[in-house]
Design a protein around this ligand. Structure first.
Ligand code: B12
Ligand code: SF4
Length: 480
């Protein structure tokens, strides 16, 4: 059986504008990598992953690929903003007579009925939730002609054209039992972490989060139980990547890397034995003890991505972030002492936001937190989250075109500001933060320091061009 797992084509402009703006961060679709690895481990040898986004494949190139490979199954990764691209890819697959076409990932998990309805017959089933084992089971059943309609974790239309939702697939309790993602099926030379001139990859070290912030797709999707991989397995993966692709830098992209101090310490211990490996991780602002940050820095951690969201305590409480402004400030003080760079991620437009709260937050970020990088996004009600349900019930969702759910477009009207004003304030925040002579100089010096320390002068030159690109991207971004 020939199996194709797909990241659907994206319009080039979309990629430039949103994904690469400032951060120049492109990561492999590890979810598809895990599904492919489980299939391969179970004897399916004709599995491919096509990342049209990374390869910049158009719908036409994708169609040609389908004609050449002629898969029996196409599974399409579907995030909310790429739903329409996924549906177009499904339509093309059906035109090319692919027997089974399926969607999987965040959006179909939250909105299976809607996906099946919008697909208009182009999608045979939807996988909900973590799908390594439900895809495997489906493929085994389908290949042997057995009835697949009772497999857990899927939704499909029955004979009467009614959506049938089977019981959810169970979460994988021991993530260490999974094989490593099948990166050998991915165009690894295409991925970049924060502007590196050399290929780099993301790694996932845990799934799930007990915090349940109102707006978060990850906790809604992966559940409230935090399931870590063991530090030994993660270190093993990094060692393998060092051999496979001469890995020099990586980003741990799980949203809750930091919950257990013991685990981070053990991981840091393992990583410190790998020479010249630089990494970044995502963290909450209430998990930043100086001692731990210092250890991390020694083991190669260069950058922490912090979900700050807002500098206004009432807004933080309202979105159930469960962090205090004072904790955030302490965290940034500690990262400075540990000589660690920070990326502060902010989100504007939660209930209670006004022009004044945005201004105060941006000024606080600049004057008090002083991170190296900042990301200003707009609060986006992703289906499946509490924020979505609340906004929907209150009639505050003003944009139903999912392709605009990209974190930079105002979807709701729930503040004292108009949506137009929200956009203007985001533009203002970017300009205010990045177009300061001090910031430009700081970033340039920082790049020089790192380049010379670790990667050489060519990386510095490359990063210079990345920074210039960042400004171009900002122009695109602010011209929305
Ligand atoms: C790395 C990353 C990226 C990378 C790579 C994305 C990729 N192709 O996978 C890049 C930088 C390209 C990216 C871009 C964007 N991202 Co992103 N990204 C992530 C991040 C941090 C990790 C993803 C990951 O590797 N997960 C680990 C793997 C193991 O899990 P997984 O991908 O969820 O896959 C499992 C299931 O989802 C499912 N599954 C997934 N795909 C499929 C497909 C099939 C056929 C099946 C059966 C099952 C299935 O099975 C997998 C195995 O269990 C997540 C947050 C997170 N922690 O998950 C956000 C996240 C996925 N991104 C998000 C968003 C919003 C974006 C952007 C819009 C951001 C932006 N403005 O640029 C763009 C959208 C790109 C686009 N046009 O589609 C949201 C999605 C929300 C939603 N409801 O859709 C998330 C959840 C972040 C968040 N907190 O809200 N992203
Ligand atoms: S935003 Fe971070 S801390 Fe909050 S629920 Fe999501 S993953 Fe957990």
């Amino acid at each position: 059986m020939k199996i194709l797992l797909l990241v659907p084509p994206a319009k080039r402009k979309e990629v430039n504008k949103y994904q690469l703006a400032f951060l120049n961060f492109t990561a492999p679709p590890l979810g598809l990598g895990y599904i492919a690895a489980v299939l391969e481990k179970n004897g399916f040898s004709k599995v491919r992953i096509l990342d049209c986004s990374a390869l910049e494949y158009s719908f036409e190139s994708y169609r040609k690929y389908l004609k050449r490979f002629a898969p029996d199954f196409v599974g399409i990764q579907t995030l909310t903003p790429n739903l329409y691209n996924a549906l177009q890819a499904a339509h093309i697959a059906k035109e090319e007579k692919v027997p089974i076409v399926a969607l999987g990932g965040y959006h179909p998990t939250a909105m299976p009925d809607e996906c099946l309805e919008l697909a208009n017959g182009d999608v045979d089933l939807v996988f909900r939730g973590e799908s390594e084992y439900s895809v495997l089971e489906f493929i085994k059943h389908f290949e042997t002609g057995h009835d697949w309609t009772r497999i857990r974790g899927i939704s499909y239309l029955n004979k009467d054209n009614l959506a049938k939702h089977n019981h959810p697939a169970p979460f994988i309790q021991d993530l260490d039992t999974l094989p490593l993602p099948a990166r050998h099926l991915l165009p690894m030379e295409k991925y970049r972490i924060f502007g590196s001139s050399f290929p780099a990859t993301s790694v996932i070290t845990s799934r799930g989060c007990p915090f349940s912030c109102d707006f978060c797709s990850v906790s809604a999707f992966y559940g409230a139980k935090w399931r870590p991989r063991s530090p030994e397995k993660i270190t093993e993966e990094i060692r393998y990547l060092r051999e496979m692709m001469d890995l020099k830098a990586t980003a741990f992209v799980d949203d809750l890397f930091f919950i257990s101090k013991r685990r981070v310490k053990r991981l840091v211990h393992g990583l410190s034995k790998i020479k010249d490996i630089y990494w970044g991780a995502t963290t909450r602002a209430d998990r930043g003890e100086l001692g731990l940050l210092t250890l991390m820095r020694k083991a190669g951690c260069r950058l922490v991505f912090v979900g700050v969201e807002s500098g206004n305590q009432a807004i933080l409480n309202q979105i159930r972030k469960r962090t205090l402004v004072s904790q955030i400030e302490q965290y940034f003080d500690n990262t400075k002492k540990a000589h660690m760079d920070t990326l502060a991620s902010l989100s504007f437009g939660f209930p209670g936001e006004t022009r004044q709260t945005i201004k105060a937050t941006v000024n606080w970020v600049i004057n008090r937190l002083d991170p190296e990088l900042a990301l200003f996004t707009l609060a986006t009600p992703y289906p499946g989250t509490e924020f979505y349900r609340n906004m929907l019930n209150e009639g505050k969702i003003k944009e139903h075109d999912y392709s605009k759910y990209n974190l930079f477009y105002p979807i709701t009207e729930n503040t004292g500001m108009s949506r137009e004003e929200m956009k203007t304030m985001t533009k203002w925040a970017y300009k205010r933060f990045y177009l300061r002579p001090k910031k430009i100089l700081q970033n340039t010096l920082r790049e020089l320091r790192y380049s010379m320390e670790s990667y050489g002068f060519s990386q510095f030159l490359y990063n210079g061009s990345v920074f210039a690109k960042g400004i171009v991207n900002m122009k695109i971004l602010t011209s929305m």
